[in-house]
Design a protein around this ligand. Structure first.
Ligand code: SF4
Length: 458
C-alpha cells in the first residue's frame, strides 16, 4: 500500500525539475557543439574497438497528430517521404561507419518516434538491412520499437518479429472514450487488445504498454478500467508517464482544454493509485514511472542495485556508447552528448550537404562525470553508496560530494532520505520527490535560468 503524502508536502516540493534521462540535462548543452566535435567523439569509439554499442533510430512519421504529443513527430503525407528520410538515415549511418568501421557489436537497438510501425514492411526491412550491413547484432541483443496499435495488425506483428525485433512497446494512454476525444486520439480498446495478443502470438519476448496520467477528464475512477484491462493482459513492463501541459513548447497542446485537466493533487492520486494497482499485481515500481513484473530482469536489477538508464529508458545492459540516427536523435558517444536537428527539412539538407546535422551537444568534464554517476545511481537504484567511486577523480562520492550530502540532510527531516552508515537511501515517501533530492547534486541549476523548461514533480 502506497504511503500517505499530505497535500501540503506535495505543494511544498512540487517544483519544476529535470527527469534526469541525462546529466547534464539537454537545456545545458551548447549550440557551439557541432559536427567537428561529434566526429572527434566518434574517433574515440574507433579507438576502443571492443566497446559495445547501443543504437537509437528516430522515425518521426505519424498518421495524425495527437493533441497531447510531446514527441518530435510529423505527418508524412505519403510514404515516399519516408523513403527519402530512410535515404538520409542510410547516409548518416555510412558517415558514422566511415569513422568507427563496420561490424561493431550492438547490444541494444530501439526505434522511437513518431510511429515506427508507420513504415511499410518493405521500408522496415530496408532499414534493418542497412543496419545489418553496418553493425553486428549481439545474439542476446534487445531489438525494440514503439508502435501505434491503431495501425497495427496481426500480419504486421508477424513481419516485425521476422524482421528481427524481439521487444515491442504499444502506446495505449487511456481507454476512456471521453479522455481519448479530449486528447485527439480515438483508439479502440478491442483493436489494442487484439494487437497485443497478435504480438504475443508473433513471439515477442517482451511486450510493453505505455499509459499517460494527468490527461483531461481523467479521474481516479475513470482510469481504473484502463488499469484493470492492462493488468489483465499481464504485459512484461508498463510505463505510466506524467502528462506535461506545455502549449508554449508544444503548440498542438493548445487544442486541449486546460480547465479539464486534473488539479495537482488529483493527478497525484491517480498516479499513486496506479502504483498501488501494479504493486498489488506483483509488479515492481522502477524509477520514476515504470513498472516491471517481479520476474523481469529490470526488477531483478533493481533488487541488486545494478539498474542503469539511458535516453532509451531503463536497461540492465548498458553499452559505453549510444549512437543516434535520424532527426532529433540524441546520442551519448565517448564523453559527449549529441543532438541532431529536430527539423526534418534541415536534418535532411544537413545530411545532403555531407555533414552531421548536429545542433547541440556537451562534452562532460570530470565534475559532470562525478555528478552524473551520483544522480543516475540515485534515480535508478534509490540509494547512493558512499564508496561509489568516480574513476575520473580517483576518490569516493562521500569525499567529493560532501557538501551536497550535507545539504540533503534537510530531506532527512522531511522523511525523503535515510542516512545509513555506508549510504543514503531514498525512503518510500522520498520516491515521489527523488528529483528534488537529485537536484541538490545538479551544478547547473544554481545558474538559475533553466528551471522553467522542466516539468513539475507531479
Ligand atoms: S502517435 Fe505518438 S508520436 Fe504520433 S502524434 Fe500521437 S503521441 Fe505523438
Amino acid at each position: 500500500m502506497a504511503v500517505t503524502v499530505p497535500r501540503s508536502l506535495l505543494e511544498k516540493h512540487n517544483k519544476p525539475g529535470p527527469r534526469y534521462t541525462s546529466y547534464p540535462t539537454v537545456p545545458v548543452w551548447s549550440k557551439d557543439f557541432g559536427s567537428v566535435d561529434y566526429r572527434s567523439a566518434l574517433g574515440t569509439v574507433n579507438e576502443r574497438p571492443d566497446d559495445d554499442l547501443s543504437i537509437y533510430l528516430h522515425l518521426p512519421f505519424c498518421v495524425k497528430r495527437c493533441f497531447y504529443c510531446g514527441c518530435n513527430s510529423m505527418i508524412a503525407g505519403d510514404k515516399s517521404a519516408v523513403d527519402r528520410y530512410i535515404d538520409r538515415v542510410e547516409r548518416e549511418i555510412e558517415m558514422v561507419t566511415d569513422i568507427i568501421g563496420t561490424g561493431r557489436n550492438v547490444v541494444q537497438m530501439h526505434w522511437g518516434g513518431g510511429t515506427p510501425n508507420y513504415l511499410t514492411r518493405a521500408q522496415t526491412e530496408r532499414v534493418m538491412a542497412i543496419m545489418g550491413r553496418a553493425f553486428t547484432f549481439d545474439a542476446l541483443g534487445e531489438i525494440s520499437l514503439e508502435v501505434d496499435p491503431r495501425i497495427g495488425s496481426a500480419e504486421q506483428a508477424s513481419w516485425l518479429r521476422e524482421a528481427g525485433f524481439n521487444r515491442i512497446s504499444l502506446g495505449v494512454q487511456d481507454f476512456n472514450r471521453q479522455v481519448q476525444k479530449a486528447i485527439g486520439r480515438i483508439q479502440s480498446q478491442e483493436r489494442t487488445l487484439a494487437f497485443y495478443d497478435a504480438c504475443r502470438e508473433a513471439g515477442f519476448s517482451e511486450v510493453n504498454l505505455d499509459l499517460v496520467y494527468g490527461l483531461p477528464y481523467q479521474t481516479l475512477e475513470s482510469f481504473q478500467n484502463t488499469l484493470e484491462q492492462i493488468i489483465a493482459l499481464a504485459p512484461d513492463r508498463v510505463a505510466c508517464f506524467s502528462y506535461a501541459h506545455v502549449p508554449w513548447v508544444k503548440p498542438e497542446q493548445e487544442q486541449i482544454d486546460a480547465s479539464k485537466l486534473p488539479e495537482t493533487y488529483a493527478k497525484f492520486e491517480i498516479f499513486q493509485h496506479t502504483i498501488d494497482q501494479f504493486e498489488s499485481a506483483d509488479y515492481h515500481w522502477i524509477g520514476l514511472d515504470h513498472f516491471a513484473k517481479a520476474s523481469d530482469p529490470l526488477a531483478q536489477a533493481l533488487q541488486e542495485r545494478r539498474l542503469h538508464r539511458n535516453f532509451m529508458g531503463y536497461t540492465t545492459r548498458p553499452a559505453p556508447h549510444m549512437i543516434a540516427f535520424g532527426m532529433s536523435g540524441i546520442g551519448e558517444v565517448g564523453d559527449c552528448f549529441i543532438q541532431n536537428d529536430a527539423n526534418c527539412g534541415t536534418y535532411e539538407s544537413g545530411i545532403d550537404a555531407g555533414d552531421f546535422p548536429v545542433v547541440r551537444g556537451h562534452r562532460l568534464n570530470m565534475d559532470d562525470l562525478l555528478r552524473r554517476e551520483a544522480i543516475l545511481h540515485l534515480m535508478c537504484n534509490l540509494e547512493l553508496p558512499f564508496d561509489l567511486t568516480c574513476d575520473a577523480f580517483g576518490d569516493t562520492v562521500d569525499t567529493l560530494l560532501a557538501r551536497e550530502l550535507d545539504e540533503i540532510r534537510k530531506y532527512e527531516a522531511e522523511g525523503f532520505v535515510e542516512y545509513l552508515s555506508d549510504r543514503i537511501r531514498i525512503t518510500d515517501l522520498g520516491r515521489y520527490f527523488i528529483r528534488n533530492v537529485c537536484m541538490e547534486f545538479d551544478a547547473y541549476l544554481d545558474q538559475g535560468n533553466k528551471q522553467p523548461l522542466f516539468s513539475k514533480t507531479i
